[in-house]
Design a protein around this ligand. Structure first.
Ligand code: ARG
Length: 513
């Protein structure tokens, strides 16, 4: 997956100096604006018209993509004999100067010039004169903005894919360390069966793997070049759209000009993938909030990702996790908003579509920040293995193992075994002890066929070690899956880490091989 250097890294654009440079309209800008499209207009636009119409306040983020698109277009226009070599050279060097001005923070963005496309072209004209006016041959802002935005989203997808990978790697590293750590597994947020903390962390690695797959899919479909579709119908000039496609790293030109200028599927798909990813992060963030509470105490989040309270000195609030939990709101909102904007729009371009950018930028930034915050929290969090273990042992969490033992060793049908186990649990409840606190006499009281071998399956370590079915929680599976993921994520071969048999008992002593 290569990104043409010309389009740069979208993720960092919003931190650039350009947004601070936003300047309000000046009289000379107005004159220029009229030069772009105002031939038949006698009056300048109303101030309110200008305000509602302008997109420069947000689409200035597209400056790199806009300039890269213009350079590819000018190069193609010369190659196809539409532009002279001198004009092309002037345009290319002028565009480089404009790029340098924007990156250097000296560029003055003008609202009267509406958007990034006209801001760049107008400045080009100031620099190189009339040749700049030839750049817009065989294109329109409609195909220009479609091209710029596709390039931008493509770059952003690449950034997000890198971030997802970093989070996955952080999770896999922690999962290896915690392959044998016992965690209560919940259903309905009630103690269900013990699992390993490593297995739990790897569940998120799987989710993130699918998230990456969805973004890669969206990227594949978006990677077609709309440039040269012109306003809506194509152009009579003998342009070469394959050439601009190749120059901009697109796989091919789009095949239908009407579709090309009015399609926003590429951002909708990306937002849908982003929303699903944000939903995953939200679930994980919620677990972090729960786990880090005093009542659970399963993890301690680092100082770097928590805040204190100005009134309660003891507090360590999981603000970053809470904000990650919440970001899905604006990301899903963006998807919803753009779907509603697009619904019912006739072909081809309508100005409604300018509403695509702000929500998309906001959503992608939110996901990017969430991924970064989660990665930091995962790297820094400190598990409290004792607390996890104690909680996993509570609530008769190995009752299923007892039932399974009755099935396996005494050939009792599962339904009956379930019933007998229920009576065993009830007895333990009466005696106010855990299942491991019951004596063999206690067991025999419920069913005389039970013998002392049952004690082996009562520990949480035995319970997780026994779950070696493919995809199950056993420590041996965790180290294997972690090695598989590490190899997939790094492209290097990793072998499963040796189990330490540490802490509470030795996994594998369950006698249930
Ligand atoms: N700023 C516009 C947008 O974001 C660019 C396209 C304008 N096209 C037009 N026909 N006015 O959609």
């Amino acid at each position: 997956m290569t990104t043409p250097a010309a389009t740069g890294n979208a993720h960092f654009l919003f931190r650039g100096p350009i947004e601070r440079e936003f300047s309000m309209v000046s009289p000379s800008d107005k004159a220029l604006s009229n030069k772009m499209w105002g031939g038949r207009f006698a009056e300048a636009p109303d101030a309110i018209m200008e305000e509602i119409n302008a997109s420069i306040g947000f689409d200035q983020r597209l400056y790199r993509q806009d300039i890269a698109g213009s350079k590819a277009h000018a190069t193609m226009l010369e190659a196809t004999g539409i532009l002279t070599r001198d004009d092309r050279d002037a345009i290319l060097s002028g565009l480089d100067q404009v790029l340098a001005e924007i990156e250097g923070g000296q560029f003055k963005f003008s609202r009267a010039l509406e958007d990034i496309h006209m801001n760049v072209e107008s400045r080009l004209r100031e620099k190189i004169g009339d040749a700049a006016g030839r750049l817009h041959t065989a294109r329109s802002r409609n195909d220009q903005v479609a091209t710029d935005f596709r390039l931008y989203v493509r770059d952003y997808i690449d950034t997000l894919l890198g971030q997802i990978r970093s989070l996955q790697l952080a999770l896999v590293t922690r999962a290896e360390e915690e392959a044998e750590t016992i965690l209560p597994g919940f259903t309905h947020l009630q103690n269900a069966q013990p699992v390993t903390f490593g297995h739990h962390l790897l569940a998120y690695v799987e989710m993130l793997g699918r998230d990456a797959g969805r973004l890669e899919d969206a990227r594949k479909r978006l990677n077609e070049n709309p440039l040269g579709s012109a306003a809506l119908a194509g152009t009579p000039y003998p342009i070469d759209r394959h050439m601009t496609a190749a120059a901009l790293g697109f796989d091919r030109p789009t095949a239908n000009s009407l579709d090309a200028v009015s399609d926003r599927d590429f951002i909708l798909e990306t937002l849908a993938a982003a929303a699903i990813c944000a939903m995953h992060l939200s679930r994980f963030a919620e677990e972090m909030v729960i786990w880090s509470s005093a009542q659970f105490g399963f993890i301690k989040l680092s100082d770097k990702f928590t805040t204190g309270s100005s009134i309660m000195p003891q507090k360590r609030n999981p603000d970053a996790a809470e904000l990650v939990r919440a970001k899905i709101g604006r990301i899903l909102g963006a998807l919803n908003s753009l779907l509603v904007v697009m619904k019912g729009l006739p072909l081809a371009y309508s100005k409604d579509m300018q509403e695509d950018k702000e929500v998309a930028f906001d959503a992608l930034d939110a996901l990017s920040l969430s991924l970064a915050a989660m990665t930091g929290m995962v790297k820094d969090m400190q598990p409290n293995r004792e607390k996890m273990h104690a909680s996993a042992s509570a609530g008769f969490s190995t009752a299923t193992d007892v039932a399974d033992w009755l099935v396996r060793e005494l050939n009792i049908p599962f339904r009956d075994a379930h019933h007998i186990t229920g009576q065993i649990v009830s007895l333990a409840e009466q005696k106010n002890c855990g299942l491991e606190g019951l004596t063999i006499e206690d067991f025999k009281l419920i069913d005389h066929r039970i013998d002392s071998r049952i004690h082996k399956v009562l520990t949480v370590e035995a319970s997780v070690a026994a779950r070696k079915s493919y995809g199950g929680t056993a420590p041996a599976n965790v180290v294997e899956q972690a090695a598989r993921w590490k190899s997939a994520l790094t492209g290097e071969t990793h072998v499963p880490r040796a189990l330490k048999g540490r802490k509470h008992g030795t996994p594998g002593d369950g006698g249930v091989e």
